[in-house]
Design a binder for this molecule. Structure first.
Ligand SMILES: *[C@@H]1O[C@H](CO)[C@@H](O)[C@H](O)[C@H]1NC(C)=O
Length: 476
């Protein structure tokens, strides 16, 4: 009996410990891949239906007959027969009611007496095509399958939902789901009349060096060049310490756990990649004052090294524990977890290895985060997690295939309105030509989904009015 209690306690402690281990990475990853910020003004009285639709496991292989249930949400509060269908597309996150009960798309559905829907992407949230995420079972995770899921959803709804048979369809998405808006319009042009793509990366690229360049530029723009310089100098100092046999000091300064091996490239790459991602999280999710606040904290200390490390310790501390495990093994742990846990690292990294690359490396000198997260770090991870076939050339071929199939920066689609935030590092993989896209000054990633509001900048307001006007044209 007493023995049993001890065993259970130990098991719980072990579980707690392993969660603490993975938490730093999961926390940052979640911030960078969460559902786009849900519009503030929510109409909570609306009744949202959560429903399921049967989907083919493989839309492109007739011999594969297995099916699964995809989750979606509907709000019919405004709908009148013949009105349009507005769909917010799910990306690499669990869907929530927030996009069908508030925001600019909601307001447009109200104006046009439309039906509101939110579709979940296969393998994310509760949309689980197979019982786990083993290497064998994850292979049906691909954007082409997800676009085919959406096509089936639209065809089925139009055929079966009363009053929708002649309706036009407007699709809206942010980040990866904005990529899907663009590619759906290209792949199934007859199924959607128009689309709005906010912060859509469209060009697949293995060595995405621009991401950390823009992260640095946005820090300098909003937080000042002293902040940029302090981060750059602090990171350079850490690199120098590691290069001059002072790794023990780095470990003590950042409270890294004993197992962190200062002579292991993979551990060192993991540490510096994570540090840069923490700053990317601040920039990508920036709201007024956010970058400035972090810079103030960093600049309030007496030196570059102390300012940087004190800030990092406050972020690391959010994951708890007496020491912080930033080893390569610690980032592999959630990636090797083949059960559904709600953490989406395994699914999203799989898509990068198979479709996009988009490794936000230290490959450019025009960024402040040092030199210690080369493309090899990320491609090594692909092979360690999903199998040895993920060589550099295999990944490069997959990425080239994506651009060839979808057209990269020349997708050649009609009726898709494209927006980007100026501060958003992702915009470098999107269409930035101002005759084809709207760049919103001093806004970050996916920040334009709220209702038109008094707090919008004039450019933000004009862009939202432009979307509403285009939708009126498309629906007429
Ligand atoms: C921007 O797009 C317009 C219209 O498609 C095109 O004529 C122009 O050459 C583009 N400019 C640049 C710099 O690519």
């Amino acid at each position: 009996m007493a023995h049993g209690v001890i065993a259970i306690t130990l098991a719980l402690l072990t579980l707690g410990y392993s969660q603490v281990n993975a938490n730093i990475f999961q926390q940052t990853f979640k911030q960078l891949h969460q559902e786009p910020p849900v519009p503030a003004n929510q109409n909570r009285a609306d009744e949202v239906q959560t429903l399921w639709i049967e989907q083919q496991l493989d839309h492109f292989d007739d011999a594969e007959t297995r099916t699964w249930q995809m989750r979606y949400m509907l709000n019919d509060v405004f709908f009148e027969a013949g009105g349009p269908l507005f769909i917010f597309l799910g990306g690499e996150w669990a869907i929530s009611t927030g996009y069908v009960t508030g925001g600019h798309m909601y307001d447009m559905a109200k104006e046009h007496k439309g039906l509101l829907a939110y579709t979940e992407h296969r393998y994310y949230g509760e949309s689980k095509p197979l019982p786990d995420l083993s290497n064998e079972n994850i292979k049906y995770l691909h954007v082409k399958q997800a676009l085919a899921d959406l096509a089936h959803f639209i065809r089925t709804k139009k055929a079966t939902y009363e009053g929708l048979s002649d309706s036009k369809v407007i699709i809206v998405g942010g980040s990866y789901s904005a990529t899907m808006v663009t590619w759906f319009k290209k792949t199934y042009p007859d199924l959607a009349t128009g689309g709005w793509a906010s912060s859509a990366p469209l060009f697949a690229k293995v060595n995405f060096v621009e991401y950390k360049e823009i992260t640095g530029q946005s820090i300098a723009l909003m937080g000042g060049s002293a902040c940029y310089n302090r981060i750059q100098n602090g990171i350079a100092e850490l690199e120098t310490m590691l290069a001059t046999k002072r790794g023990g000091e780095v470990k003590a300064l950042l409270k890294l756990c004993e197992k962190f091996d200062v002579y292991s490239d993979l551990d060192v790459w993991t540490l510096f990649s994570e540090v840069s991602d923490i700053f990317a999280g601040v920039v990508q999710t920036h709201n007024a004052g956010q970058i400035e606040g972090v810079c103030q904290t960093i600049l309030s200390e007496s030196s570059d090294l102390i300012g940087l490390s004190k800030y990092l310790l406050t972020v690391f501390a959010q994951s708890g524990g007496n020491c912080y495990d930033l080893s390569y093994d610690a980032i592999l742990a959630p990636l090797l977890e083949s059960r559904y846990t709600g953490n989406i690292m395994r699914q999203w990294i799989y898509q990068t290895c198979n479709e996009y690359g988009w490794y936000q490396t230290s490959g450019s000198a025009a960024q402040p985060f040092g030199t210690k997260f080369p493309v090899t770090y990320y491609t090594t991870m692909c092979a360690d997690v999903y199998g040895l076939q993920y060589s550099n050339s295999f990944i490069a071929d997959k990425v080239a295939e994506t651009n060839e199939y979808f057209g990269g920066l020349e997708p050649n689609v009609e009726n898709v309105y494209i927006t980007h935030g100026q501060l958003d590092p992702w915009r470098a993989m999107g269409i930035q030509n101002e005759t084809q896209a709207t760049i919103l000054p001093e806004y970050a990633h996916c920040k334009d989904f709220g209702s038109i509001s008094a707090s919008d900048s004039s450019e933000m307001r004009a862009s939202k009015e432009r979307v509403a006007e285009l939708v009126r044209q498309w629906l007429n």
